[in-house]
Design a protein around this ligand. Structure first.
Ligand code: FAD
Length: 176
């Protein structure tokens, strides 16, 4: 027991404990999408929160995709992907694209640079894959952002396996 009363037990580094520990890092939620051609029937999408910015100049981002996810093979084939950062009211889409619910009527795509993106998202990034790195049971796909757009609004937030909304703590000290 520590001085503040919390239990400080050393844990084995298992996949479950990794998931629980890293689930305490707050993230947004994205839908990653790709398509061989500009045709809705060719689109594949999946929910991902292992997304990060990498570089501003050149403009690079990355997504970490499970090797067993269909998306991994699809991105490798197409060499392109879209990232739609979801707005606070788009939780049903995040469940749909994780295979945890079926909401086909909510799915509407828009196209940027031949890449499909989800209508109503806060941010759209259309990317070309410039590098793919195998990393354990995932692959890191680094994408160069070819086109982007963003809106103001509230993001969908993911923490400890739950979807949440964002509360303002301090108003924009960096001038974003
Ligand atoms: P599937 O499981 O076959 O497809 C996913 C779902 O999307 C299916 O229900 C399918 O019907 C639907 N779908 C696909 N294309 C379309 C389309 N064109 N139109 C309509 N519906 C379509 N996994 C990772 O690898 N990396 C992550 O960073 C990650 N983050 C996650 C974050 C959250 C909050 C959640 C809930 C899950 C996350 N996952 C992540 C898990 C991942 O979303 C699921 O394992 C997903 O099912 C993998 O998709 P798949 O490519 O294997 O395809």
């Amino acid at each position: 027991m520590t001085t503040d009363g919390t239990v400080d037990t050393e844990l084995d580094v298992t996949p479950l404990h990794m998931r629980k520990a890293l689930g305490r890092f707050v993230s947004g939620v994205t839908i990653v999408t790709t398509a061989e051609r500009e045709d809705e029937s060719a689109v594949h999408g999946m929910t991902a929160n292992a997304f990060t910015s990498v570089s501003l100049d050149p403009p690079l981002v990355l997504v970490s995709i499970a090797n067993r996810a269909k998306m991994n093979e699809r991105i490798t084939e197409t060499g392109r992907y879209g990232v739609s950062i979801l707005a606070g009211d788009q939780e049903p889409l995040s469940l749909h694209f994780a295979g945890a619910a079926s909401e086909p009527d909510l799915v509407r795509f828009v196209w940027r640079k031949g890449v499909p993106l989800l209508e109503g998202a806060l941010v759209h990034l259309a990317c070309t894959v410039v590098d793919s790195h195998p990393a354990g049971d995932h692959t890191l796909h680094v994408g160069r952002v070819e086109e982007l757009r963003y809106d103001d609004g509230h993001p969908l937030v993911f923490y400890t396996g739950s979807f949440r909304s964002l509360e303002l703590v301090r108003d924009d000290p960096w001038g974003f």
